[in-house]
Write a protein of this length. Structure first.
Length: 65
């Protein structure tokens, strides 16, 4: 598997995008999975699988479990 991928996602009329198949395969994103959209007006946007952030939050704030 490649470690990097660049693709284009077209924004539909309702503001929806389709994550390219290669990216979904790389990150094992399946139908029904949740992703988090991180935005910074100067730096841009990032899409991260929610479980990645959940495990980070668990490490930083274990007392909330």
């Amino acid at each position: 598997m490649k470690d990097k991928f660049v693709g284009i996602a077209k924004v539909g009329e309702k503001g929806q995008i389709v994550i390219p198949k290669e990216a979904r395969d790389m990150f094992e994103i399946k139908p029904g999975d949740c992703v988090v959209v991180l935005c910074d007006k100067k730096k841009g946007m990032a899409i991260v699988k929610s479980e990645v952030l959940e495990s980070t939050i668990d490490k930083v704030m274990p007392e909330i479990n």
